[in-house]
Design a protein around this ligand. Structure first.
Ligand SMILES: C=CC1=C(C)c2cc3[nH]c(cc4nc(cc5[nH]c(cc1n2)c(C)c5CCC(=O)O)C(CCC(=O)O)=C4C)c(C)c3C=C
Ligand SMILES: [Fe+2]
Ligand SMILES: [Fe+2]
Length: 339
């Protein structure tokens, strides 16, 4: 009998098809109409997104996307294809690897159809978000399920819904930071993560109510899906690999949207205080993303750098994301084989 073929579905967030205002508006509309991203009743979300956020934000965001765009397009997408191809090569012909984006293209449905056409008998789904959040991993998993639920034959499915403590994920990020640390004597490291509305953390911690305070400093079975606790844990693991003591790093959250409170502390606020404390040379990490994207290159590497310099800082270097690093691909291979 022929050996069974295993499908691997890599899912990332997605990016606009181009940096034009109309494509960015289309992307924002699809993204922000997701009830796991803006978790308010449908009618309020519809009015807010279609009537206010998408039209007002699209021209501003399009200018930011234009800074990110290179000849190959948006890094989130072309690194996604690179990772798919590298992982396929490493896993060999018994596996079929596909890439789907939660929003825009290539869609999750297209990617799943590729796996179906390759006659895979089981599928390992890896949402490419190191820390679990309902707005990212949860939404990707829901979309995968919605698609396969329409199939006549539903293959065996397994999901890797967080991997921030995978040794090779940590090692790959540490390697990128250590390369920069060899060239510059930094005063401090900032770990800046994508933020979330506080409400979303509270909703996800039924039975073990997160207080959004020091309770997130410990990571254990009961709060393993608290996004804030996962980010703190990721930072501790990275700090250990980088040989940092507790006073040599700060953890913060970026990319706020709207007026509701988001998880704290906020990166744009903490960075302004650092030079006052004598911290002039900062190494900035963005470990919520596995590829360069708008939130890393433009926000952390561009906007935050400018704000830090204006506040009296001297060096603000962004650690490149994992992109197509060999250690990261080896980590993905291990995740698939252990799934
Ligand atoms: C309510 C709004 C948002 C939530 C919640 C949110 C969670 C969240 N997002 C990511 C990953 C990425 N987000 C990116 C861009 C981006 N995010 C939001 C809003 C929310 N995200 C917006 C409006 C945008 C678009 C850009 C802008 O207009 O500011 C990206 C970058 C994509 C790219 O094309 O490069 C990523 C990646 C995670 C992991 C997450 C939950 C933890
Ligand atoms: Fe986001
Ligand atoms: Fe928490």
């Amino acid at each position: 009998m022929q050996k069974e073929k295993i499908g691997v579905l890599l899912v990332n967030l997605g990016t606009p098809d181009s940096p034009s205002t109309s494509d960015v508006r289309k992307y924002l509309r699809q993204f922000l109409m997701d009830g796991r991203v803006i978790d308010i009743p449908f009618l309020s979300r519809f009015l807010l997104v279609q009537g206010i956020i998408a039209p007002l934000r699209a021209p501003k965001s399009a200018k930011e996307y234009a800074k990110l765009w290179v000849e190959r397009g948006s890094p989130l997408k072309f690194y996604g294809y690179d990772v798919r191809d590298s992982l396929q090569e490493l896993l060999g012909p018994e596996y079929k690897v596909a890439l789907g984006m939660r929003y825009q293209s290539p869609s999750i449905e297209e990617a799943l159809n590729e796996l179906k056409a390759a006659s895979v008998s089981r599928i390992v789904v890896i949402p490419l978000f190191p820390q679990y959040a309902s707005a990212s991993t949860g939404s990707a998993v829901q979309e995968v399920n919605d698609v396969v639920n329409k199939w006549q034959v539903i293959p065996s499915m397994s999901y890797i819904n967080q991997f921030m403590d995978h040794p090779k994920f940590i090692q790959a990020f540490a390697e990128n930071g250590l390369k920069l640390m060899e060239t510059t004597d930094y005063d401090h490291v900032v770990f800046s993560y994508h933020g979330l509305p506080e409400r979303q953390i509270k909703k996800g911690s039924d039975g073990n109510q997160c207080q959004l305070g020091s309770c997130c400093n410990k990571f254990h079975e009961k709060n393993r899906y608290c996004y804030r606790a996962q980010c703190f844990y990721t930072s501790r693991l990275l700090a250990e690999k980088l040989g940092l003591s507790e006073d040599q790093y700060t953890i913060s959250f970026q990319s706020r949207l709207g007026k509701d409170p988001w998880i704290k502390p906020y990166t744009d606020e903490i960075l302004k205080d650092l030079p006052k404390k004598g911290i002039k040379k900062v190494l900035a990490y963005s470990p919520a993303f596995i590829a360069d994207c708008l939130e890393t290159t433009v926000e952390v590497g561009g906007q935050f750098k400018e704000e830090f310099m204006e506040a009296g800082g001297e060096v603000w270097d962004l650690v490149p994301s994992l992109n197509n690093s060999a250690t990261w691909i080896a980590g993905l291979k291990e995740m698939v084989e252990n799934a």
